[in-house]
Design a protein around this ligand. Structure first.
Ligand SMILES: [Fe+2]
Ligand SMILES: [Fe+2]
Length: 359
């Protein structure tokens, strides 16, 4: 394929309208009868929504960071907990007619995607007052000027246009032929959320709104990066002709979603890297290196997620898995085969953002 490389625009300032603009499409994306975001070019290629200016803008902000000698924060993929049930386990279940755990997992993904809309409610403090160095022409300066809003629209849809929530539902319904959705999926997720302890503030010397915003951004960045493992699972299961009723259409839908995620990861890591390259004012009139704040937040989140997520995935399905397996001709044998495919996983000893590593 000879795609013409897009010139990196050197423009650093964009309007909200530009960052939310999708531009014209030759054909819309319809998923499960719902008009979704994004669409197709005349040559049939899918183009993610709201990227005609957002994508080159992010590239330009990243190029600026590099030009100024700063690095872009990198989340090591080695810390990504594997998806459970694995692709092999999921295919095994579906081949034995056990659909409930897969339907549940896919429904959880669609709900989590919909939750992504909360990013638009994150309060943005007066960054020009709280950051010592200028922030003009950065991703940081555009968070409230379209970046958070574009992200929210991508995840949960906007007006009559579906987003990732609807696209995952469509992929699930295509591949598994409109399965019955268990009624307790959301309730169980809420129960888990309520059981989580509210963490104390790691940086009480920071403006509370700034600390919360950076915390949410770090959390969402890690979740977005780890989601890639889940999306890869979704693609491999739903595009498998042995178990999927619509391997091509469902697989393509997951690939569209995956390509839409790229700007989320990129703008978040750009803005966090810009904070890392700057100095923050504290409420007691002192300053703190942005790097130590961002790295400590990332360390906390990576540590928590890598240690608790594998267990949470199992907890989400434990009871329903045993019950669901009863529909198989030989549940005991299926359980043994399923367990034999289990892959042990130990989180890496270090997150790479240990406080001691950052001067
Ligand atoms: Fe998404
Ligand atoms: Fe996302």
């Amino acid at each position: 394929m000879s795609a013409t490389p897009r010139p990196v625009e050197d423009r650093l300032v964009y309007s909200r309208e530009e960052l939310l603009d999708s531009g014209p499409y030759a054909a819309p994306l319809i998923a499960g009868g719902v008009r979704c975001h994004g669409g197709f070019e005349a040559d049939g290629r899918y183009r993610s929504p709201r990227t005609i200016h957002r994508a080159p803008a992010i590239e330009a902000w990243q190029a600026r960071l590099r030009r100024e000698g700063h690095d872009l924060v990198e989340i090591p993929a080695a810390g990504m907990p594997p998806t459970w049930p694995s692709v092999e386990q999921s295919v095994l279940l579906l081949e034995h007619g056990v659909r409930d755990p897969i339907v549940r997992t896919l429904t959880i993904i669609s709900i989590v995607e919909g939750f992504g809309a909360i990013i638009r409610d994150v309060r943005i403090p007066d960054l020009r007052a709280l950051v010592v160095e200028p922030i003009d022409g950065t991703a940081l300066a555009h968070l409230g000027e379209g970046l958070f809003e574009a992200h929210a629209r991508d995840e949960s849809g906007f007006k009559d246009e579906g987003g990732h929530k609807q696209m995952w539902e469509a992929a699930r319904d295509l591949a598994l032929d409109r399965p019955k959705i268990p009624g307790d999926v959301l309730m169980r997720m809420m129960g888990r959320q309520a059981a989580r302890k509210k963490a104390e503030r790691p940086f009480p010397q920071l403006d509370a709104t700034l600390e919360r915003m950076l915390g949410v951004m770090a959390q969402v960045l890690v979740v977005e990066i780890f989601a890639e493992g889940t999306f890869d699972w979704g693609h491999r299961v739903l595009s498998n002709p042995k178990v999927s009723a619509a391997p091509e259409a469902a697989g393509a839908m997951v690939q569209h979603i995956r390509s839409d995620e790229s700007p989320h990861v990129e703008y978040l890591r750009t803005a966090l890297s810009e904070v890392r390259a700057r100095t923050l004012r504290t409420v007691d009139g002192k300053t703190i290196a942005g790097r130590s704040v961002v790295d400590a937040l990332l360390h906390r989140i990576l540590f928590e997620l890598t240690r608790h997520r594998p267990q949470e995935q199992r907890d989400d399905l434990r009871e329903s898995l045993a019950t669901a397996m009863q529909v198989a001709p030989d549940p005991k044998r299926l359980r043994e085969e399923f367990d034999a495919l289990d892959v042990a996983w130990t989180p890496p000893a270090k997150t790479g953002f240990e406080p001691a590593l950052t001067p």
